[in-house]
Write a protein that binds this ligand. Sequence first.
Ligand code: DQA
Length: 147
Amino acid sequence: MTSLLILNGPNLNLLGQRQPEVYGTTTLSDIEAMSQAKAASFSVGLEFKQSNSEGEMVDIIHAAKGQHDGIILNAGAYTHTSIALMDAVSSVELPVIELHLSNIHAREEFRHKSYVAKVAVGVICGFGAVGYELAVEAMVRHLRASE
Ligand code: DQA
């Protein structure tokens, strides 16, 4: 069975309370439920994780190899800073979709740069929690197209 990993980075555990004017009022556990339902609708498995630690995120990406077929990565602020996460993605040779709730290109200049995008199949941003459903569909279609 095809299996996907959704990995969320720092501060995303606070969704629902954190800057709702930017990130909405949906909690991360609501988003997990939406993502699981979307994955089930395509008959694919899904593991959903969150970490506030860059090193732990590197370990989770490494562990995905052999366990999952693709990764949906909302790396939070590490998107804009982490060469280590970019290298981890390159090392495991799994397709990655970069995901953000907000439209990072309509925000501060420092959010316009992404290390993850350099090694991603594509980027989805600006659609709030719905972006997670879009990313699940995009990854399933990407994987099926390359079968
Ligand atoms: C974010 C955008 C990042 O710039 C920010 O640091 C986050 C959340 C988003 O989902 O919109 O933590 O990844």
